[in-house]
Design a binder for this molecule. Structure first.
Ligand SMILES: C[S@@+](CC[C@H](N)C(=O)[O-])C[C@H]1O[C@@H](n2cnc3c(N)ncnc32)[C@H](O)[C@@H]1O
Length: 234
């Protein structure tokens, strides 16, 4: 069974040419399609609702592993006063930032970079808010990556890392399905398909946070089936 799983993983990664050898990641063209669907839109909208109310005007905001950029696109429309930056190490993903997202008011448009979460190309202490959604589990350098998020935070700034929870219960899935108005079987099956390769167990996440940030990192469930890790600026 293990051999079978490893073989499928290997073939898929060769087929999709995604960096890294340990993850079944969809290729950029497929991910970009999924990300613009209504399910992902509802999820990004919830993350934005968590964030936006507490961001002061003009806050510098960085999305690490931003993929095709939908979260930043929605945020640019809601909060044109923020200074938005997005980066991803896949140029192919960034190329898929849709024209609609680029056409927000010029001063609100996110700035895009190809860069690695393991070595952020910014000086220390420049962002009031950093996020990473569904990207951290892929980073080859989880501890160094979290330390990088902290390094670029301004004093009083915070970084939020959203990931899927590995141990969401049926009750969690039901609550999530109800909240988004989705059929439970759809949510249940979708969750089972993605969780083994895209969801972090609490113990692993907590351990990485402790290594990276000590007492300045916390982990809590968000929206029933996600984790939100928080790191605070020094
Ligand atoms: C599943 S997608 C999530 C994209 C986006 N954050 C979202 O929520 O739709 C994961 C993204 O992380 C990016 N990524 C993975 N490892 C990275 C790294 N070390 N540095 C920067 N980006 C990375 C991938 O290229 C991909 O675009």
């Amino acid at each position: 069974m293990k051999y079978f799983k490893e073989t499928i993983k290997y073939r898929w990664n060769r087929l999709t040419a995604m960096p890294g050898d340990n993850h079944l990641e969809p290729p950029p063209w497929l991910y970009a399609r999924l990300a613009r669907g209504s399910l992902m839109r509802q999820i990004y909208r919830r993350f934005i609702a968590d964030l936006a109310g507490s961001l002061a005007p003009g806050t510098r905001f960085l999305d690490v592993g931003a993929g095709p950029g939908y979260l930043l696109g929605y945020l640019a429309r809601d909060r044109p006063d923020l200074s938005l930056w997005g980066l991803d190490f896949s140029l192919d993903m960034i190329r898929r930032v849709r024209p609609g997202q680029k056409e927000v008011a010029p001063q609100a448009a996110p700035r895009w970079l190809v860069a690695d979460a393991c070595h952020l190309p910014f000086p220390a202490g420049v962002f009031g808010q950093v996020v990473a959604t569904f990207s951290f589990h892929i980073w080859p350098c989880p501890v160094a990556g979290l330390q990088e998020l902290r390094r670029v935070l301004a004093p009083g700034g915070r970084a939020w890392v959203y990931e899927l929870r590995r141990q969401a219960t049926l009750r969690d899935l039901r609550a999530f399905a109800r909240e988004l108005g989705l059929p439970l079987p759809f949510v249940y099956l979708g969750y089972q398909v993605v969780r083994w390769h895209h969801a972090l167990p609490e113990s692993e996440f907590t351990d990485l946070l402790r290594q990276a940030a000590g007492v300045r990192g916390t982990l809590q469930p968000a929206h029933h089936i996600f984790w939100r890790a928080e790191l605070q600026g020094v």
